[in-house]
Design a protein around this ligand. Structure first.
Ligand SMILES: C[S@@+](CC[C@H](N)C(=O)[O-])C[C@H]1O[C@@H](n2cnc3c(N)ncnc32)[C@H](O)[C@@H]1O
Length: 284
């Protein structure tokens, strides 16, 4: 019965799409999302997505939109990664997906060594598509990844922490990462942290994240945001391409700059520095 109902609904939706060029099912889902937060097992969700084509496995359906986002993201990362360094440095890319960020890191920083952690399903694709001798791919849940021998200079969550919808597990993942960092190490989060049901992946605000990190001995050194959320909603899964998409994308980012980069961003940018060992030294 449920199946028949779904087929009929889909047919009606297709007719509606042809007449009005938008999906009534999508519209209803979006209206529902404004008021009701639906939680689900995000691990299973991500494992299933691993085989989607290209960056759709980890971002959105419009691949050109994904590329525009990556340009912003890589510029942000460059801000916080060492510019001149003549000794190896160690990065943890937590929730690395199919390895796009890890590959960017090793290709742009010849002395960077990356440990890249995600579910086995993602890691298999990452190894095929983004292999590199300085990337060590590790199949593990973020919340269970802890190795006391590791000491990272940089930890990056490119939309990983916010993807862990179970708040206790999310916190465990952050705590584990924080314990594997060198003194003065930098933790970079580019994550959609939201409390509002419509935008929330994990239902947690950036303020709650800041309080958590401060309690772990970290200092917030940078707070910003990317992807003006109404435009992100409009464009990321759209059929806009080329110059038209680019124009709309940057128009959104301009509006974000005008209205308030952190508040209006879908992806919040939070950068922390690990002070805990400095504190210990000071106490000695
Ligand atoms: C939005 S995608 C971003 C992927 C990647 N960081 C990037 O920028 O391309 C979120 C990623 O977090 C991973 N993830 C979600 N929950 C996780 C968990 N509990 N442990 C490890 N990875 C997780 C997903 O598998 C997915 O690859």
């Amino acid at each position: 019965m449920d199946m028949i109902y779904k087929v009929i609904l889909k047919r009606i939706d297709n007719i509606f799409m042809k007449i009005f060029s938008f999906s009534i099912i999508n519209l209803v889902t979006k209206i529902k999302k404004i008021f009701i937060y639906t939680n689900y097992d995000s691990s299973e969700y991500w494992k299933k997505r691993a085989k989607e084509p290209g960056q759709a496995a980890v971002l959105w359906k419009n691949q050109e939109y994904n590329n525009l986002y990556r340009k912003l993201e890589f510029n942000l990362l460059k801000k916080f990664l060492p510019k001149t360094i003549n000794e190896p440095f160690y990065i943890l890319d937590i929730g690395c997906g199919i390895g796009i960020v890890s590959k960017f890191l090793v290709e742009n920083y010849p002395l960077a060594y990356v440990d890249a952690v995600d579910f086995q399903e993602m890691i298999e694709i990452a190894r095929q598509k983004n292999f590199h001798e300085r990337i060590n791919y590790i199949s593990s849940e973020a919340e269970n990844y802890f190795d006391e021998c590791k000491k990272y200079d940089v930890v990056i969550s490119s939309a990983c922490f916010s993807a862990i919808r179970n708040i206790n597990r999310l916190k465990m993942a952050i705590e584990n990462c924080s314990k594997m960092m060198k003194k003065n190490g930098i933790m970079i989060m580019i994550d959609p942290f939201h409390k509002w049901s419509y935008l929330a992946r994990a239902k947690i605000s950036s303020n709650e994240i800041i309080i958590l990190l401060e309690s772990l001995g970290f200092k917030l050194i940078y707070k910003s945001g990317v992807l003006f959320w109404p435009y992100r909603e409009w464009l990321a899964n759209s059929n806009y391409y080329g110059k038209d998409l680019e124009r709309k994308f940057f128009q959104g980012e301009k509006l974000l700059g005008l209205l308030g980069k952190h508040f209006w961003a879908d992806y919040k940018v939070l950068v922390f520095q690990n002070l805990i060992i400095l504190h210990n030294f000071a106490n000695e």
